[in-house]
Design a protein around this ligand. Structure first.
Ligand SMILES: [Ca+2]
Ligand SMILES: [Ca+2]
Ligand SMILES: [Ca+2]
Ligand SMILES: [Ca+2]
Length: 400
């Protein structure tokens, strides 16, 4: 300030002219503030005021801003900082700006203050699974509690907004209690008891949810294929098969068809048939079992008079490695056919009969044999008797 003093006898005039000898001064050299990432364009961030002790133009401050990548601007007169572009904390979480306050003196004086704008988080991202669809294959015999896979969903938000927990929303086909368990924090999926023959495939719908308020979530599907192990032995449809065959049946005749089921997949469930034993035994097998169709055929001629019942032990084997087997039994009854002529016990009989034998007296009992059982019960026998009487005795012989 320059003080000019004029002294004279009459009038005293004092004129004061300001010199721009003060720079603007911010109330604080360094200001930190925050703004939510969803702040709309035009919304207020902060006001960083400065003062200047001069007067007139010399104290008239104009504000400007350096840095900020076009996201912020300052009102030159009021010093109010506002948002001018869309913010995203996940892209850039803080901005370092420099506020400049300049007076309007000639020459001007200025001051700066640093402004740190922190962009605060909003839960504006849902968790995102690394895959939209997961697929996995697991052996049906895998131990309960085995880890199948670990899901991963990322959420770029901060703190609770980005903290993800996992759960299973649905399982198809459903079951009384869930087959799979998902660790809510690690995302590790562990299996319960599996059986391909009961359920060969599961579809799971899984959810990843953040802890924001309100929470955001995402879903992913998981297809679990249960692969086959040869854990079932073939089983005959009957514990014991029974059949009848005429003893005259020709070799190659089909007697009956065995059937065994094996619910396993592919070779593990494909069944072949064989005869393990035959009772009574014979030099060459009396029966033949078609290994693929299970049809039991006659391999040797039968003779009822020799064997009336055959018992077989049969086996069904699957094509697994190692193979599993199931046993069964077959009883074949041989039916008698009237294929043998009756025969007298002798070709000729010599009988002495006295000439004065009383009428009706028994002179001879004829013995007739028939190897067939059916003719004894139902058949008839025809024959001729020629009686030649030579006194004092007669000789007669049967002819059949
Ligand atoms: Ca989030
Ligand atoms: Ca966010
Ligand atoms: Ca099997
Ligand atoms: Ca199986």
């Amino acid at each position: 300030m320059l003080l000019l003093i004029f002294m004279c006898s009459g009038v005293v005039e004092v004129q004061v002219t300001d010199v721009n000898d003060n720079s603007p001064v911010f109330t604080s050299d360094s200001v930190t503030t925050s703004v939510p990432e969803d702040a709309e364009v035009g919304s207020n961030v902060t006001v960083v005021p400065a003062t200047d002790k001069d007067s007139s133009f010399n104290k008239e401050i104009r504000y400007s801003l350096r840095g900020g990548e076009g996201k912020f601007s300052v009102d030159p007169v009021s010093g109010r900082v506002s948002v001018t572009g869309a913010l995203d904390r996940e892209t850039k979480a803080e901005y370092s700006l420099l506020m400049v306050a300049e007076d309007q003196g000639r020459p001007a004086r200025s001051a700066t203050a640093s402004l740190l704008v922190r962009v605060s988080d909003i839960n504006d991202n849902a968790p995102k699974f690394s895959n939209a669809e997961y697929q996995g294959e697991v052996l049906e015999t895998v131990a309960v509690g085995t880890s199948l896979l670990t899901l991963s969903a990322v959420d770029p938000d901060e703190g609770a907004n980005g903290s993800v927990t996992y759960s299973i929303l649905s399982q198809s086909p459903s079951s009384d209690s869930p087959v799979f368990e998902l660790d809510s924090s690690s995302g590790t999926l562990v299996t319960g008891a599996l059986d391909r023959e009961t359920k060969a495939e599961y579809s799971l719908l899984m959810v990843a949810e953040d802890q924001g308020r309100p929470a955001r979530s995402a879903t992913a599907s998981l297809l679990v294929r249960v692969s086959d192990i040869n854990d079932n032995a073939p089983k005959f449809s009957n514990a014991e098969y029974q059949g009848e065959v005429l003893e005259t049946a020709s070799v190659g005749a089909s007697l009956l068809t065995l059937s065994a089921v094996d619910p396993d997949e592919g070779a593990n469930g494909s069944v072949t048939y064989s005869i393990l034993s035959q009772s009574p035994s014979s030099d060459s097998p009396v029966f033949e079992l078609d290994s693929s169709s299970g049809t039991l055929q006659l391999a040797q001629p039968l003779d009822y008079s020799e064997v009336k019942v055959y018992s077989l032990v049969v086996q069904a084997s699957d094509g697994g490695t190692p193979s599993l087997v199931g046993n069964g039994s077959v009883v074949v009854k041989v039916k008698d056919e009237n294929n043998n002529p009756p025969e007298f016990s002798k070709e000729s009989y010599d009988v002495a009969v006295s000439e004065n034998l009383a009428s009706g007296a028994s002179i001879l009992t004829l013995e007739v044999n028939d190897r067939d059982e059916v003719s004894k019960t139902a058949g008839k026998m025809f024959g001729f008797l020629t009686l030649i009487c030579v006194p004092p005795a007669c000789l007669w012989s049967p002819s059949g």
